[in-house]
Write a protein that binds this ligand. Sequence first.
Ligand code: CP
Ligand code: NVA
Length: 301
Amino acid sequence: MKRHFLTLWDLSSEEINRLLKRAMDMKSGIDASKCPLIGKSIGLLFGKASTRTRVSFEVGIYQLGAHSVYLTPNEIQLGRGETTADTARTLSRYLDAVVVRTFGHNLLEEFASHSSMLVINGLSDLHHPCQALADLMTILEKKGRLKDVRVAYIGDGNNVANSLIEAASRMEMNLTVACPEGYEPDSEVFEKAKASAKSEIIILRDPKEAAGRADVIYTDVWVSMGQEKEAEEKIKRLKDYQINSKLLSCAKKDVTVLHCLPAHRGEEITDEIMDGPHSAVFDQAENRLHVQKSLLEMLVV
Ligand code: CP
Ligand code: NVA
């Protein structure tokens, strides 16, 4: 069966280390003129909005010497009822790989099971593994290591949190998730990651307790794509989980603040923190490009 990249478990920790090292070399310009994917074609099938994932993949594919084809479900026959399986079978006859951004993770798995080309998860409701690779690279850049680093994810236990949990388990980082009751990360993802972790992965309620011990504080939007109907309730329930200067005053002096972006400034994070000295959010956004190029070089053959 074809090897896909749908969750962090699809790469070993040794492969992630290698991928991050290569991404850092790429960022510093080593082998910048190398075009390992010349002659390849890579699809981007996006059923949700995107700034970073779309542009970083398109630019990265170009820089590796390959060609990208941007597709949306409504512009191809998928939106008119062609099945997921038939779409995957057909696209596999033209493309060497496809990045898929969709809602249900089961749809992505179904697509991948009928695909003879590489499928990369560009975000589903359950996982965002490309984001987690960029998160790891940014933590490595800022803290000089991954093992034993303490990360506090504060806010909604969503797709980004789920992939961060898997990343922590894989790379021996300590991760504390602080969230209100009912907004925990996916329980299956959490239990599996915890069971195989050599580091500490815990969920608690108090954002100050999580922030106080952290080397890195991470947050994401409270209302993810597709959750617009629950927005009012979620914003109300998560209001004490904002990353602001009061919370940062409980944190270590050299704490790094991450956010996968897009941010809803004034909700999960304030302007003063987003634009302040602890924030590494735009380095993190840039790193999407480097880790994804490294991932494509590793997996597209
Ligand atoms: N972080 C991230 O995936 O951003 P986009 O939704 O803009 O792609
Ligand atoms: N949790 C957010 C991440 C966006 C990159 C969402 O799914 O909308």
